[in-house]
Design a protein around this ligand. Structure first.
Ligand code: TPP
Length: 708
């Protein structure tokens, strides 16, 4: 096993080392990273003979990328600097303070560290509260960019809106490989950074390989810097990442440019990938021996040595650093191997926030103290004005913007226009474009930005124009939902995503009328709210905006556009806890369960049966009120679930399965579901009526059920 360092020498004249760089730290971090890779790779190679628990399953070497990364890291020192990074970024994290035993321990899947054994070790994070931090990485290539842009936008918010001068000069950074420049996340964040002149640096590490695919497949002619030369508001630099002097000069120039508020910058450096893509990849099918050898000759570590010895360090000093790093790494390796294995009894903890007294606040979202200072009551005022659904939401957003300076409202057209549903009308005028703002047309950008902003301590309230248009944000939505769990509560990104959808007044279509709420109920970590009336919408939206968890807040189009669901405003402090169903009407013989706009159709149908039908409005489907439904079914012995989402695997299936398991012996008839038969929403009213459950359909089904 390779367990000591001895850096090769290449003789070549070098310029004098740049005085602005802390080269000793650069050397230490580069050597530490190299030795970590050596040890992990050797363990993997010798896996037949080394103990199984010493083998790293997802081993990704940074060899070749390491020197340039730690030079960049040496410049990212601000208290509020934040970076989005990826699986090959460990050297950069080491230079920002990642402890060596975490660097070893998490890839080994041990307890503690950056995920408590939940995530693969190269997908890491660094929640520094008093220094530069690294946002939680994700496994999806390109997904690091938009949260990093969100962090950069938060720098402006903390400085300009909250007036916190401490954030002035801070920087957001995003690291990515050459293949990542083909992803939508890269382009979404580049648009955000350049249109908003964000304090953001992109560093593209170009090794001319994805896993096996060459760079000219990712951007024409394989050079993203050249292709971006004419991009507006962007300083672009291109260079050799194996040359420490050139790398340091380019990084220094670009970091200075961003820190002084001149706008974003992008540096592309060519680097060799000196190992296979990952442990299991042997690169034989796509790289010749000659190509591998020619990359090996470009190793930046000997070049770093030649650059610094003897100009800045003597031979002996270099050797002494090698010895010191070797000792430190071995101490850390022993400590990491001695760590316990993760505790399986705690694996469910932190899917949602755990507010236990002994659980610290995660990095991200409002603190517990900030949330509790907002107060709230679950008692509704009875003398409020009668408000339509959209007005009620606007009132609630306005009040929360007033009482919570960290709350931001944004989305496509929500600013000047007030949203295509006019829900945010007038809010930008009242609160300014720092707090209520339009975004570029990228849902991935909207949700990724929200994630970065939430981690920066803000409460983002993002609008997705229509439910269907959340599709491009799926990756960021899923990553937000798992973020607290996969970082074992080191990070969290509470946010509210307002999402109009469902059929409209007399119209539908496959794009604007999707409901499909079950997708979010199925996603990890999200609360899903589907109110049927204005009063509930107020209380649930306020609960969402004061929650430690992310929430999908579904605004039904047929309620936004009509007077259906109008109710008295329940007050500025009204907070309705999630998971509490509403008893719409009590009844004796059948339980009718619904949520959202279908509640109104169910109510019409139920009226036809006097007091025989008990109607329950779930109000939230994650969490959902099992006990209310089960208590009712145990009383009535019959149940019909009505929803607008597809029948197959719709949320009704979950309810019916729960009843079958928990209340089977109380049933007098099979539990029934009424929902569209897996047909997309059509445009013409006649077709729409043929797809959606109508009042008559519900009544007919109730009648049949009561006859059993
Ligand atoms: C969205 C997504 N698609 C595919 C993958 C599988 N994958 C992992 S790494 C990788 C190549 C990325 O190459 P690049 O961005 O150039 O970084 P490098 O590994 O060269 O440092 C691919 C295709 C993934 N992780 N995420």
């Amino acid at each position: 096993m390779a367990d000591t360092l001895r850096t090769r020498r290449v003789a070549r004249p070098s310029p004098a080392p740049l005085a602005s760089i802390d080269w000793r730290s650069v050397v230490k971090n580069a050597l530490a990273s190299r030795l970590l890779d050596d040890i992990e790779e050797a363990t993997n190679r010798d896996r037949a003979t080394v103990p199984k628990e010493h083998v790293v399953l997802y081993q990704f070497s940074s060899r070749g990328h390491d020197v340039a990364q730690v030079i960049l890291g040496s410049l990212i020192t601000g208290r509020h600097d934040g970076a989005g990074a990826y699986y090959r970024s460990r050297p950069f994290l080491l230079s920002l303070g990642l402890p060596l035993d975490d660097a070893f321990g998490s890839p080994l899947g041990r307890a503690g560290g950056f995920s408590d054994g939940r995530d693969i070790g190269v997908v890491c994070n660094l929640p520094n509260r008093d220094g530069p931090m690294v946002l939680p990485m994700a496994g999806d290539v390109g997904s690091q960019y938009t949260p990093a842009a969100g962090w950069a936008q938060s720098i402006q918010y903390h400085r300009d809106v909250l007036g916190n001068a401490e954030w002035d000069g801070s920087i957001g950074v995003a690291l990515g490989g050459d293949a990542s420049v083909a992803t939508s996340g890269f382009w979404a964040s580049l648009t955000m950074a350049t249109t908003l002149k964000l304090p953001m640096l992109f560093y593209i590490e170009d090794n001319n390989l994805g896993i096996s695919v060459s760079g000219d497949m990712q951007t024409p002619n394989g050079n993203i810097a050249r292709n971006l030369e004419s991009f507006g508001n962007l300083l672009v630099r291109d260079g050799d990442g194996t040359d420490p002097h050139a790398s340091a000069q380019l990084f220094t120039e670009c970091v200075d440019h961003v820190r002084r508020g001149a706008g974003p910058a992008l540096v592309r450096l060519t680097v060799p990938r000196l190992s296979s893509h990952s442990g299991p990849d042997n690169q034989k099918g796509y790289r010749t021996d000659a190509e591998i050898a020619s990359d090996a000759a470009r190793d930046p570590l000997p070049k770093l040595r030649d650059y610094l010895v003897p100009a800045l360090l003597s031979e002996d000093e270099w050797t002494a650093i090698e010895r010191e790093v070797t000792a430190d790494v071995h101490v850390a390796l022993d400590a990491a191997r001695a760590r316990t294995i993760p505790d399986p009894s705690r694996v469910a903890q932190f899917v949602y926030a755990d507010e236990g007294a002994d659980v610290p606040d995660a990095f991200g979202g409002l603190t517990r103290a900030e949330r509790s200072a907002l107060g709230g009551t679950d008692v509704a005022s009875r003398d409020g004005d009668l408000l339509r659904f959209a007005e009620a939401i606007r009132h609630t957003l306005r009040h929360e913007l007033l009482v919570n300076p960290k709350l931001v409202v944004f989305g496509e057209d929500v600013g000047k226009k007030g949203g295509v549903h006019l829900v945010t009308e007038g809010l930008q005028k009242q609160f300014g474009s720092g707090r209520v703002f339009d975004t570029s047309l990228s849902e991935e950008g909207i949700i990724g930005r929200a994630s970065g902003m939430a981690i920066a301590g803000l409460m983002p309230v993002a609008e997705i124009q229509f439910r269907k248009y959340a599709d491009p944000a799926t990756e960021q939505l899923n990553n937000t939902g798992t973020l607290r769990w996969r970082t074992a509560n080191r990070f969290a990104a509470p946010m509210v995503v307002r999402m109009p959808g469902g059929f409209g007044k007399d119209v539908g279509d496959p794009w604007h009328s999707l409901s499909d709420e079950v997708r979010f109920a199925h996603a990890y970590g999200w609360q899903v709210v589907m109110p049927s009336n204005s009063a509930d919408a107020v209380g649930l939206l306020r609960a969402a905006m004061r929650s430690a968890n992310p929430t999908i807040f579904f605004e039904h189009r047929s309620l936004l556009m009509t007077g259906t669901g109008s109710a008295r405003y329940p007050g500025d402090d009204y907070v309705l806890p999630f998971g509490q169903a509403r008893m719409v009407r009590e009844g004796t013989d059948v339980t009718l369960v619904s949520w959202g706009a279908m509640v109104h159709r169910c109510e019409e149908a139920a009226k036809q049966f006097g007091d025989r039908v008990e109607l329950i409005d779930l109000r939230t489907i994650a969490p959902w009120d099992r006990s209310a439904v089960l208590a009712s079914v145990r009383k009535t012995g019959r149940c019909l679930v009505v929803h607008e989402d597809n029948l197959t695997a719709g949320f009704g299936a979950e309810i019916v399965a729960t009843i079958a398991q928990e209340a089977f012996w109380h049933l007098d008839a099979p539990v029934q579901r009424l929902a569209p038969r897996d047909i997309p929403m059509p445009y013409h009213q006649v077709l729409l009526d043929a797809v959606l459950p109508r009042v008559d359909d519900i009544a007919a089904q109730l009648e049949a059920l009561l006859g059993v």
